[in-house]
Design a protein around this ligand. Structure first.
Ligand SMILES: CC(C)(COP(=O)(O)OP(=O)(O)OC[C@H]1O[C@@H](n2cnc3c(N)ncnc32)[C@H](O[C@H]2O[C@H](COP(=O)(O)OP(=O)(O)OP(=O)(O)O)[C@@H](O)[C@H]2O)[C@@H]1O)[C@@H](O)C(=O)NCCC(=O)NCCS
Ligand SMILES: Nc1ncnc2[nH]cnc12
Length: 297
């Protein structure tokens, strides 16, 4: 016999019409700060800064990243709110430039999170807009909302002459820059990083193993401009091959997988390679899972 509930009670309504409570700017922005912490806390990460060591970097460590993270926490809430208001790209850009200034003040001018300010900022704006429209924050919705609201402006910005190291390296080597990746709706994030992370967790990998595999999956395919800036095309190709080999051998979940990742970390440090763009994609994937309906971490 079916469950019989009295008419017009809150319980009856709850059973009949389960509704997802969509996150507001506070939760969207807070998830971004937590996702950046997820990325920082992960180890081993080839060449990148973690709480264990500073990888290929001698000008920054985990404390520098924590100061930067703390300084950026209001920015992600602010840009999610701007997205919810349907703000034009120029307003997002202003918020992003102010956030870069706060990062520089907090780190003494060191570039910890410029790429993340851009990537996660745009994603928070898209989430703000989607939530305001009543849409659940599924990956496909986030991607479509980003392109629908700011795709044209992002395309237009790709035509500007680059001045920063990543953009310059992209132009020199004919790679897809951070701006181009954004204009395409972050294909590597939505087609590689998120499926790798969510798939690993669904297969029963631990959080550390799933995140390591997601990072290597991104490294295998992303035109990481930091790698090209520091190591030229040889450095980028070396990193991509190392990542592909690691995944082909079974990734982080196999016996000895984390030790193999640690050996690749040592190799990158010896070569001064640092996949900062891939690190941003991992943080963005952690954010997608944090704000999404899947409830995966
Ligand atoms: C659009 C901007 C992001 C400018 O980008 P541009 O490409 O012109 O230049 P960079 O800022 O140099 O590079 C972009 C950063 O994006 C990350 N990244 C790299 N490759 C990719 C990629 N293929 N796809 C997506 N993202 C990518 C990466 O950021 C991370 O690494 C940085 C740390 O690296 P590190 O090697 O330590 O640092 P450097 O100082 O650069 O080099 P060294 O001398 O030390 O070797 C760190 O930032 C990570 O987050 C790239 O660095 C943007 O700057 C811009 O226009 N901002 C204005 C604000 C705005 O318009 N916002 C829009 C709304 S939010
Ligand atoms: N953990 C990290 N180390 C170095 N560069 C980065 N860019 C983004 N995250 C990073």
């Amino acid at each position: 016999m079916g469950l019989s509930l009295p008419r017009r009670t809150g319980l009856r309504r709850a059973v009949q019409a389960p509704r997802t409570v969509l996150p507001g700017p506070q939760r969207i922005g807070r998830a971004a700060t937590l996702a950046l912490h997820d990325e920082l806390a992960l180890a081993p990460k080839p060449g990148l800064v973690s709480f264990v060591d500073s990888g290929s970097h001698d000008d920054m460590d985990a404390h520098t990243f924590m100061r930067s993270l703390f300084a950026l926490r209001h920015y992600f809430v602010q840009i999610a709110a701007l997205g919810g208001q349907g703000a034009p790209f120029e307003a997002l850009q202003r918020a992003g430039i102010e956030a870069e200034a706060r990062m520089a003040a907090a780190t003494g001018g060191i570039n910890t999170h410029r790429g993340a300010i851009f990537t996660l900022g745009l994603l928070c704006a898209a989430a703000g807009a989607a939530a305001r429209a009543g849409d659940a924050l599924q990956p496909s919705t986030l991607r479509a909302t980003l392109r629908q609201h700011w795709g044209d402006a992002l395309q237009a910005r790709c035509r500007r002459t680059p001045t920063l190291p990543g953009g310059l390296a992209a132009r020199r080597h004919g790679l897809r820059s951070a701006s181009q990746e954004a204009a395409l709706g972050f294909p590597v994030l939505f087609e590689t990083a998120v499926p790798a992370l969510a798939g690993g967790l669904r297969r029963g990998l631990g959080v550390q193993q799933a995140r390591v595999d997601a990072l290597f999956s991104v490294m295998a395919v992303l035109d990481d401009c930091n790698l090209a800036h520091r190591g030229g095309m040889a450095g980028l190709r070396h990193a991509q091959q190392a990542a592909r080999g690691f995944l082909a051998q079974g990734g982080a979940g196999r016996p000895g997988g984390l030790e193999a990742a640690q050996a690749i970390h040592r190799d990158f440090v010896a070569r001064r390679l640092s996949p900062g763009g891939a690190a941003d994609m991992l943080a963005a994937a952690c954010w997608v899972l944090r704000v999404g309906a899947a409830g995966l971490r």
